[in-house]
Design a protein around this ligand. Structure first.
Ligand code: AMP
Length: 501
């Protein structure tokens, strides 16, 4: 089953339903969305000889045309290679080469020197026209569930990115889990793309196309809290995915504008740690509109979820610990925490998180070695450390590569970050390990001070002394105006480590 069939069916069942909006402006009904995607798919077949299994890169900003193009590729049975629009063209060209794409679609159609692209690869503008639209689309090419649909390049903090192979089955399982465990997908939803479509926010289009929801592209092209408040008021039932750093900005602006979240149905957060102080502030400002997910490119958006009622709960004896967790396994996913020999560790003990299920990737594109390292007997090694409690709630500690080992003892940066964030002079923090001749590594805290508040080392030291064991206390503080983040809002710890060299 081709996942593009979901668009084909929705267009037949609800042709006049609003499908694509730029800001408040309606750009396409479902009938128009599907016929445009179909017409472009035929153009790709007729004029560029695109065939089932061929890879097509999408290196473009979030616009309604992005979704039409994405479905055009899938319609043919092609494989979408979404490339983060903020990458340097040289990095994008590397991905296009690695994936062996036959077409690359860009904002202008003139980003690359053909010599940098694979032989016979065509670059087209996303605005490519296709002639008169047909009255009706014919169904998408049939395919088997294992056929590839999506080749997602993980940014990777070291070395070259790897292409995560996701099949139609993977995407369908992710969508079913969305509907069961994350949010009820409804035709009345307005799904807002405030984060890049090349990542998780884009993957979530599938369950919402199936539901006949309206897909809204901010006119600003990105994440603008004031615009979100306006759209919430005008359109209502907004649903969007946001990294925790985006939620913090949303809350800061909402406090200033006295916005209480009216018109927002659901904010799905994940992709990085949500600190307790930030979540408390968000719940106070907006009420119970939050659902947490934990996933990674290799198991897209679908490892665990913390449902809306449990995010907001304050009655269960363990509510604090549960709120700090990432919830429990999503439907169809098995989650274990293991030691180095893949044996389960006892409840509450820290180990590596491994997952299995129909949403786990097929492997890395052309990298059997890396695939073997990542998947052991059907279990994907996430590289994340965490613990499972007796009730099945998973708490993440850190990425294994971010753990600091000082004097032979493990220190989890997240724990130190949570403590420092509670200090009134601290706005943002990131804790890393720096080489230390005596201890192996020492704890270094990068602090973004709260504006207009004095933030002094002595005060932070005594704060930490009162809250955590002495060996976990930062040995060094670096005050910075902002933390380096990637375009998905994740703090780039590698850059922080580099800055100390
Ligand atoms: P990516 O493959 O770029 O989406 O990154 C996935 C990684 O982000 C995971 O392996 C985790 O380390 C982190 N991550 C994802 N979701 C969460 C979450 N809810 N809380 C904390 N970290 C998360």
């Amino acid at each position: 089953m081709n996942i593009a069939h979901w668009l084909y069916q929705t267009a037949l069942a609800r042709p006049a339903s609003p499908a694509l909006r730029c800001g408040e402006v309606l750009e396409a009904t479902y009938h128009e969305f599907a016929t445009r995607a179909f017409a472009l798919s035929q153009h790709l077949v007729t004029d560029f000889a695109l065939r089932s299994g061929d890879r097509v890169a999408l290196f473009a900003k979030n616009t309604p045309r992005y979704l039409e193009t994405l479905y055009a590729i899938l319609w043919v049975g092609g494989v979408v290679v979404p490339i983060n629009a903020k990458l340097h063209p040289r990095e994008a060209a590397w991905i296009a080469q690695d994936a062996g794409v036959s077409v690359i679609i860009t904002d202008s159609g003139a980003v690359f020197d053909p010599a940098d692209l694979p032989a016979d690869c065509h670059e087209l503008p996303i605005t490519e026209t296709t002639g008169p639209l047909p009255d009706r689309a014919t169904p998408p090419a049939a395919c088997v569930p294992e056929d590839l649909a999506w080749l997602f390049y993980t940014l990777g903090t070291t070395g070259r990115p790897k292409g995560v192979m996701l099949s139609h089955r993977n995407l369908m399982m992710m969508s079913l889990a969305y509907a069961m465990d994350v949010d009820q997908a409804l035709g009345s939803d307005h799904v807002l793309y405030a984060a890049p479509l090349s990542h998780g926010a884009g993957l979530y289009n599938f369950p919402l196309v199936r539901a006949g929801a309206c897909h809204v592209f901010p006119a600003s092209g990105g994440f603008d809290p004031v615009e979100i408040e306006t759209l919430a008021g005008k359109l209502g039932n907004l649903v969007f995915f946001a990294a925790p750093t985006m939620i913090r900005r949303l809350v800061d602006v909402a406090r200033a504008t006295s916005f209480d979240g009216a018109g927002i149905k659901t904010i799905i957060y994940g992709g990085g740690p949500m600190y307790a102080t930030d979540l408390d502030a968000a719940l106070t400002q907006f009420g119970p509109r939050f659902v947490q997910i934990y996933g990674q490119g290799e198991c897209p958006m679908t490892i665990t979820a913390l449902p809306r009622d449990l995010v907001a709960d304050t009655t269960h004896p363990d509510w604090r610990a549960r709120r700090a967790s990432v919830g429990f396994a999503q439907v169809g996913v098995r989650v274990r925490v293991v030691d180095g020999d893949m044996n389960d560790v006892p409840p509450d003990a820290v180990g590596e998180i491994v997952v299995a299920g129909d949403v786990v990737m097929q492997g890395y594109w052309n990298r059997p070695d890396a695939t073997r390292e990542a998947i052991t007997d059907g279990w994907l090694r996430t590289g994340d450390l965490g613990s499972l409690d007796a009730d099945g709630f998973l708490t993440l500690t850190d990425r294994s590569k971010d753990v600091i080992i000082s004097g032979g003892t493990n220190i989890y940066p997240r724990e130190v970050e949570e403590v420092l964030l509670r200090h009134p002079a601290v706005s943002e923090v990131s804790v890393i390990g720096a080489p230390d001749p005596e201890w192996g590594e020492q704890v270094v805290a990068f602090i973004v001070p709260m504006s207009g508040v004095a933030c002094e080392v002595a005060a932070l030291e005594s704060w930490c002394r009162a809250e955590i064991a002495s060996f976990k206390k930062p040995k060094r503080y670096e005050f910075v105006p902002e933390l380096p983040k990637n375009s998905y809002g994740k703090v780039l710890k590698t850059n922080l480590r580099e800055s100390l060299k």
